[in-house]
Design a protein around this ligand. Structure first.
Ligand code: TGC
Ligand code: FAD
Length: 399
């Protein structure tokens, strides 16, 4: 049961746009960005540190996320989405992750990993039944791909379905599933009797379905994570995505989510930079603001340089995505680069804050711990490097 936590923490975040990137965004993107930023300042910053400390998910934010249009921003309006473009989706993810990676996860799982596959691979009946309710936050969804013994290698999955007349019988287990303990539905990927990966919608109240919570995380503490356990779960054949077969089904959803993470990580980096810059100007040692020392300026200058490079990368990615020309490998490069960049910036920002940097007075340690997960989920740092390696050499180094 969620407890209500309030705090008087004031969000002093200021906009940083070194290369005037705003000029490359449309009026609609800027409106969406500002609306989400205001919401994060009002609803996320004042409470997030306390929820993270207690390792509790701020469940009430699901409704707010729906209200600001963070669920399915690029899904057509007729299905309960925002009808916006891919750039808008990126900008929204960036602002949310400026608040907290876990809050961005709440939105990116619902949008890219639940609404997107239902929209793209589901039947018209699936779309009408689930999408409006997912868009409004009435239903919460999760995405089950990873298994205890198959993380980076989802193709090895053992979760399976067996034909049983008008239904399939689903057996197996998924691990590390964002939102599973609170989800009403799960998009699950399992192998059929021919060993082909199939996707399906499984309702959480089906007999044999359970979703125990995973405890003890030092990262993404304000996001709820669990398992999915299927013991002879009867899934109506109508719930299976009819056309999509093979691993490219789930992997195409990951491309959407990884795209959002490439943008999101910049938000976490910006928050760390913003806090470090303010601290460097306010904190005095040896009779001067520490921001006057060259070593601190080097850190700040390198931070804004890396953030600006990442912004350019994602802007171009957004443009390619809008044109339908983006490749999964291009997305991998941006996800890997930007998350690593954000983690490095969090570490440098922590140093600028000195001892205060390890406290919950500042967002740094929370971002840093969160980013350890972001570096790993949606494909690890090393897996994305291998994807780039394979793309440029044509040689597969995974197996
Ligand atoms: P491989 O043979 O390379 O590919 C199988 C088929 O899929 C196609 N494909 C893609 N399609 C769309 N988007 C992509 N990103 C794609 N990557 C591959 C590929 O063309 C092929 O198509 P076809 O027509 O030939 O069948 O597959 P592989 O088994 O060799 O694996 C490749 C590898 C290792 C890159 C892949 O499995 C991988 O990406 N592994 C990482 C797993 C991963 O990212 N898991 C994430 C789980 S979900 C999650 O973490 C959610 S976090 C949520 C939150 O935000 O809270
Ligand atoms: P492993 O695959 O066991 O990897 C361990 C190490 O080995 C890594 O460093 C990896 O890079 C390296 N490695 C693996 N294979 C190779 C190779 N071929 N060459 C070189 N190095 C290799 N999954 C979902 O399906 N849905 C979710 O909603 C979801 N949410 C998550 C939330 C959290 C908080 C976390 C932590 C994870 C979540 N995941 C989710 C799972 C996530 O995608 C996996 O953790 C990730 O894909 C890595 O899998 P693994 O943890 O099993 O690591």
């Amino acid at each position: 049961m969620e407890t209500t936590m309030k705090s008087s923490k004031v969000d002093k975040y200021q906009h940083h746009d070194y290369y005037l990137m705003d000029e490359l965004l449309s009026e609609d993107h800027l409106l969406a960005r500002d609306a989400v930023r205001d919401w994060v300042k009002r609803e996320v910053t004042p409470i997030i540190e306390q929820y993270a400390e207690k390792a509790e998910c701020p469940m009430h934010l699901f409704k707010g996320l729906a209200e600001i249009g963070a669920f399915g921003p690029s899904i057509p309006v007729e299905y309960g989405g925002g009808g916006m473009d891919e750039m808008a989706y990126g900008v929204i993810m960036q602002e949310l992750e400026r608040g907290d990676s876990g809050v961005r996860s709440m939105a990116s799982v619902q949008s890219s990993l639940v609404m997107y596959p239902i929209y793209k691979y589901g039947t018209e009946a699936h779309r009408q039944k689930y999408l409006p309710k997912l868009g409004s936050g009435e239903l919460i969804g999760c995405f089950g791909l990873t298994e205890p013994d198959h993380g980076s290698n989802p193709g090895g999955m053992i979760t399976n379905i067996r034909d049983d007349g008008d239904a399939y019988i689903l057996n197996g287990a998924k691990m590390w599933i964002t939102n599973s303990p609170v989800a009403d539905i799960a998009v699950v990927w399992a192998k059929d009797e021919a060993g082909v990966v199939r996707g399906m919608i499984v309702e959480a109240d089906t007999e044999g379905y359970s979703a125990p919570e995973i405890h003890g995380k030092w990262s993404l503490r304000a996001s709820i994570t669990g398992e999915l356990v299927f013991e002879d779960v009867r899934v109506p054949k109508d719930n299976v995505f009819p056309e999509i077969k093979g691993l490219k089904g789930p992997l195409s959803c990951l491309s959407k989510a990884r795209y959002g993470i490439a943008w999101g990580a910049i938000g976490a980096a910006l928050d760390c930079y913003d806090s470090a810059l303010r601290y460097a100007l306010e904190r005095h040692q040896f009779g001067k603001p520490i921001g006057q020392f060259q070593l601190q300026q080097k850190k700040l200058a390198e931070m804004i340089t890396e953030i600006t490079k990442a912004q350019l990368l994602t802007w171009r990615l957004g443009q390619l995505a809008n044109e339908g020309r983006v490749t999964p490998a291009q997305i991998s490069m941006a996800k890997r680069n930007n998350v690593h960049m954000a983690l490095q910036i969090a570490r440098e920002a922590r140093q600028i804050h000195g001892g205060m940097g390890i406290t919950n007075e500042y967002p740094i340690m929370r971002h840093m711990m969160n980013l350890e997960t972001v570096l790993t989920y949606e494909g690890t740092h090393d897996i994305h490097l291998l994807i780039t390696g394979m793309d440029v050499t044509g040689l597969n180094a995974f197996k």
